[in-house]
Write a protein of this length. Structure first.
Length: 143
């Protein structure tokens, strides 16, 4: 399962594919701050940032990666069994930014499908225009 995680203004924006299961198409959905994934799924995350260097971490699962403006870093791992974990982020300026802390949930397939229905399209986030019109480099990074 491919997802794009975008750091901007001390928040995480997570792009999920819509019904067509393809990213960067009209039916994509965005989660802000909290991430939910189905159990027993191979995750292929691409991380980037608009403004700062961020660290994306799920300590309980041993996962960590950088999000850097104009660069695209990969993080791949297996979601494993259901559980509720902490999504931690650090903005590299040294300040504590509580808005980078969220939930990382691994859930059963039915709960995941129901959760997806609560998400909003990229156009619901005018504060992050790159979600609506991602740079070509973002779409190329998914190939």
């Amino acid at each position: 399962m491919a997802l794009v995680i975008h750091g901007a203004d001390y928040q995480w924006y997570i792009r999920y594919p819509g019904a067509d299961q393809l990213l960067f198409t009209a039916d994509d959905q965005i989660a802000r701050q909290n991430m939910t994934v189905p159990r027993s799924t191979r995750l292929h995350l691409t991380l980037t940032s608009r403004d700062y260097l961020y660290t994306f971490r799920v300590p309980e699962l041993g996962q960590k990666q950088m999000a850097v403006p104009e660069l695209f870093f990969k993080l791949e791992f297996h979601s494993g069994d259901p559980g509720h974990f902490t999504l931690k982020g650090d903005q590299m300026c040294g300040f504590a930014h509580e808005t980078l802390i969220g939930d990382f949930k691994v859930v059963e397939a039915a709960e995941y499908r129901a959760w997806l229905k609560t998400l909003k399209p990229p156009s619901a986030y005018p504060e992050a225009p790159e979600l609506i019109n991602p740079p070509k480099e973002a779409t190329d990074s998914m190939k």
